[in-house]
Design a protein around this ligand. Structure first.
Ligand SMILES: [Zn+2]
Length: 313
């Protein structure tokens, strides 16, 4: 296996440091890939975190999997981890790059492009080709909490198989977003599942543990480690919808991610600091809340609850 300028032989474990660019101060920014190889042939799984620099749960899941020595005694195959792709966003507490770009809308990137484009190019050319399958760990965006979930590519049965093996509490099919990492992987016939859990700039133990359970489950089922598959009840939906704020104000949530709701059930109440009104937010469907907004100050039309419905059995 070759990553950047380094050849990693079966049975070896190493870290590959790939220089990407320099900060204006001159400080070098590098991409780190950690490689764990068994002597026995098998699949290569790539685990990435921090594609969005403020989505810390993903970074923490990949880091903790290494700390827990999940990859130290592989029975076959290889694991490549990139705990932090967007170094810039990580140190600036932001989703994107200093140039305002979202790297997950800039794949496969270009060699002489913007910062985000160069990171995407480095990753796409030097790390991604070594993978047979991949899980990309994310969280909800700013103030949006996502119940631990996997998002697979409908057109790719291997991506669905991977999501099934992960066995997240919520399994969703997701269309391919242009210029996303998952679309680039799909183009290279590398099945990829996006994990979502928790919200940005927060460590959520439940989501981190669910991410670790997903990695364990996949490694066990692919015959790469000894151990047991730990499964929970998983919900899969054919449809999803956002329930939005019916007016601006302060929102008091009555339901949250992980709750089943009936059509017409009260999800939240919206009031204002002067108590001059109070309105209810009702569910439009019978379904399962798999994401909610934790920001108490909202404007009319803001997304409040992400609800999956038409349960798939
Ligand atoms: Zn993300």
């Amino acid at each position: 296996m070759k990553i950047y300028n380094k050849t990693i032989k079966p049975g070896e474990e190493c870290t590959v440091q790939i220089p990407v660019a320099n900060l204006p101060s001159g400080t070098e920014i590098d991409l780190f890939a950690h490689v764990y190889r068994s002597k026995v042939k098998g699949p290569t799984i790539l685990l990435t975190g921090g594609v969005h620099g403020d989505e810390i749960n993903g970074v923490e899941i990949v880091r903790r999997a290494a700390q827990d020595k999940l990859f130290s005694s592989l029975l076959c195959g290889s694991v490549i981890t990139v705990p932090l792709l967007n170094v810039y966003g990580f140190i600036n507490f932001s989703r994107g790059f200093p140039d305002g770009k979202d790297v997950n809308r800039g794949f496969p990137g270009t060699k002489n492009g913007s910062l985000s484009s160069r990171i995407a190019h480095t990753f796409t050319n030097y790390i991604l080709p070594a993978a047979d399958l991949a899980i990309d760990f994310h969280t909800g965006g700013k103030s949006i909490y996502n119940f631990p979930q996997s998002r697979y590519t409908a057109e790719d049965p291997e991506s669905y198989r991977l999501a099934q093996e992960m066995n997240m509490p919520c399994t969703l099919k997701s269309s391919l977003i242009p210029k996303s990492l998952r679309k680039t992987a799909f183009g290279k016939e590398i099945p990829m599942v996006v994990f979502e859990g928790g919200e940005s700039l927060r460590i959520d133990d439940y989501s981190v543990n669910e991410g670790l359970r997903a990695i364990n489950n996949v490694l066990v089922q692919r015959g790469m480690i000894k151990g047991e598959v730990n499964n929970v009840e998983s919900h899969s939906f054919l449809k999803k919808t956002w329930v939005r704020a019916t007016r601006s104000g302060v929102v008091i949530l009555e339901k949250k991610s992980g709750d089943f709701v009936k059509k017409g059930e009260i999800l939240a109440r919206i009031t204002n600091p002067y108590n001059t009104y109070q309105s209810k937010v009702l569910s439009k469907v019978e379904g399962f809340i798999f994401g909610h907004n934790n920001n108490p100050v909202i404007n009319k039309g803001d997304a409040l609850f992400h609800i999956g419905y038409n349960l798939k059995n």
